[in-house]
Design a protein around this ligand. Structure first.
Ligand SMILES: [Zn+2]
Length: 367
């Protein structure tokens, strides 16, 4: 006899998930068992589950779900630093600890990197997915303790389930050294990454946050959070770079956070690059696939940088939790739209409608 649990599993790419009864895992000596209270649903999820992209899905049927938050239900016999009952976010980033990158202390560059409950970046990532085979759309998942972010009481499980995309924005802002007095622009401010970047940039002290987007309603709500610091432009209303200079004494911004997604046109990014201040940095976190034409001479003479960033370290996850716990990072603008596990496919449908980044769609596996 074994104890059962419910888990949403992908049986066939592109088809709805099925709620299956599976064996509830026992944590290995160095792992913990988490009772999942909330798991985030993000816009990219349907595309990944379609199986048509480059990502390497785990062997099917696969238990899925990326951003889980919950309670430590059991600790393995060798775990000493984590207690039962602790409230946590589980960082799904799996790094091997053995490859050339991991050995040099760069787990974010791991040659076998994978997301628990989601996909592997490389064929050789599947080994790691096999070690942690349960995704957050399950009543319980296992994880290694070094991937836990301890959630302060002020951060709800629903907010914790948003940490994946929040963390992606946080790491990018940090890569651009955003701090007190920074002037930044966010291309795609109304989406999941853009809204996260806005809330974090406010917390980190950016004094001018320029948002480019299409959803006017979401832009108006974002502006109302800090009308003196946030300014928005609906794309097509004015030349982007000129508008960016208007708000920055003619200089341009220190950092451009580019959330342009796979299907977006590179033209807006190209325009926004012209609104960078000398010495500025542009960082893409949205997975833009279109070719972007740049003039290297301008990058040389103005000492500009263009880089990518994906996900975040566990340390950055904990830092984000701590500043939210202290009230420096305000997560209250999010509106939660929650679904019980049986309705996980409705949650995946709801995110297709792109309700804007202020809506936090989550699944509650315990309901
Ligand atoms: Zn590695």
């Amino acid at each position: 006899m074994f104890t059962q649990m419910r888990s949403a599993r992908l049986h066939e790419p592109g088809k709805p998930l099925r709620i299956d009864r599976v064996e509830r895992p026992k944590p290995l000596p160095n792992d913990v068992l988490i009772e999942v209270k909330a798991c985030g649903v993000i816009p990219n999820m349907n595309a990944i589950f379609s199986g048509t992209l480059w990502n390497h899905l785990p062997p099917l049927p696969a238990s899925v779900g990326l951003d889980a938050a919950g309670i430590v239900a059991e600790v393995g016999e060798d775990v000493t630093g984590v207690r039962r009952g602790e409230r946590v976010y589980v960082n799904p980033w799996l790094s091997c600890g053995e490859c050339a990158y991991c050995r040099r202390g760069e787990p974010m560059l791991c040659a076998c990197a994978a997301f628990q409950g989601y996909f592997g970046f490389f064929p050789q990532s599947l080994r790691q997915l096999a070690a942690y085979p349960f995704g957050g759309f399950s009543e319980y998942i296992t994880a290694s303790p070094d991937r836990l972010v301890i959630l302060p009481g002020a951060v709800s499980f629903d907010q914790g389930a948003r940490f994946g995309y929040m963390g992606t924005s946080f790491a990018a802002l940090r890569a651009g050294s955003v701090g007190g007095g920074s002037l930044i622009a966010i291309n795609g401010i109304t989406g999941t990454l853009g809204v996260g970047a806005t809330l974090l940039a406010l917390a980190m002290g950016a004094t001018c946050i320029l948002g480019l987007g299409r959803n006017r309603e979401v832009m108006a709500r974002l502006k109302s959070l800090a009308p003196e610091r946030i300014h928005t432009l609906a794309l097509g209303e004015a030349p982007v770079a000129d508008w960016m200079r208007e708000y920055t004494d003619g200089l341009g911004v220190d950092v451009l956070i580019d959330c342009s997604g796979r299907a977006a046109a590179a033209a807006t990014t190209a325009e926004a690059l012209h609104g960078l201040k000398r010495g500025g940095t542009a960082i893409n976190i949205g997975a833009l696939t279109q070719t972007l034409a740049i003039e290297p001479i301008r990058f040389m003479t103005s000492r500009l940088a263009f880089r990518g960033s994906n996900w975040f370290t566990n340390g950055e996850g904990q830092l984000m939790a701590d500043i939210a716990g202290a009230g420096v990072l305000d997560l209250s603008p999010f509106t939660t739209q929650a679904y019980p596990l049986e309705r996980v496919n409705e949650a995946l449908e709801a995110v297709k409608a792109r309700p804007g980044g202020l809506v936090n769609i989550v699944v509650h596996p315990d309901r």
